[in-house]
Design a protein around this ligand. Structure first.
Ligand SMILES: C[S@@+](CC[C@H](N)C(=O)[O-])C[C@H]1O[C@@H](n2cnc3c(N)ncnc32)[C@H](O)[C@@H]1O
Length: 208
């Protein structure tokens, strides 16, 4: 079922309203490989619970359980794929509890239910304020972004791991740096220097 793609990035230039935007996109269909961008090197996800928000075809959920992934990264305790629109096969009793229908703005989970909130090209990307799509339309609003991020904070015990689809507004990134609920562990301001888009964002959740 899995392709053999390895993790790499591609730089794409978008022209929107006469301006050029250079965006670095991650190319991988291997969920665990995205974790290699973890600060300080490859993590172990053994024993951790992971919520994949906006799971789509569920490829990352399945990858976290792939025997090769488990050999390299450890066996997670629980992996759940959630999406506002589930595929038919994901709704079969065989996948009960593994794929759950839900909205990123109102997660159907308890506080601190997962160690990692994981969202690749999902709602947190869509709701990034001033995200501009190829038609020049703005994607998110501060309210939608705030709500999606608060939900991520609520259900995650340790990390919020997400991608921005395109431009992450500099002001939003700086707000994250000051947000007392999180420590931005990737990218650091130095890593981000000179780059217009920050594709992978890893936030450590600060809770008492
Ligand atoms: C571009 S796909 C990404 C799928 C998968 N994460 C991947 O990278 O292959 C975006 C997914 O987000 C889901 N989505 C959009 N808005 C959502 C929301 N508010 N709550 C949950 N899922 C949402 C869509 O249904 C879609 O499956």
């Amino acid at each position: 079922m899995w392709g053999t793609d390895t993790l790499d990035t591609v730089m794409v230039t978008h022209k929107v309203a006469g301006k050029e935007y250079n965006i670095e996109y991650l190319r991988s269909n291997r969920g665990a490989e995205t974790l290699d961008q973890w600060p300080g090197g490859r993590p172990s996800i053994a024993g951790l619970s992971i919520l994949d928000v906006g799971t789509g075809d569920g490829k990352f959920v399945q990858d976290f359980d792939d025997p090769n992934t488990v050999k390299t990264y450890g066996q997670p305790k629980r992996v759940v794929g959630m999406d506002i629109s589930l595929r038919k096969w994901q709704q079969s009793p065989k996948y009960k509890g593994r794929f759950i229908k839900g909205d990123g703005l109102n997660l159907p989970f308890e506080d601190n239910e997962f160690d990692i909130y994981y969202c690749i090209q999902g709602p947190l990307a869509y709701f990034t304020p001033r995200w501009v799509n190829d038609q020049g339309q703005e994607g998110g609003t501060p309210e939608l972004w705030g709500k999606a991020l608060s939900e991520a904070y609520r259900v995650a015990r340790k990390y919020v791991y997400f991608t921005t689809t395109a431009k992450m507004d500099v002001q939003k990134y700086e707000e994250l740096l000051k947000d007392p609920r999180f420590k931005v562990v990737h990218p650091t301001p130095e890593e981000r220097e000179g780059r217009f888009g920050a594709q992978m964002i890893v936030l450590q959740v600060i809770k008492n």
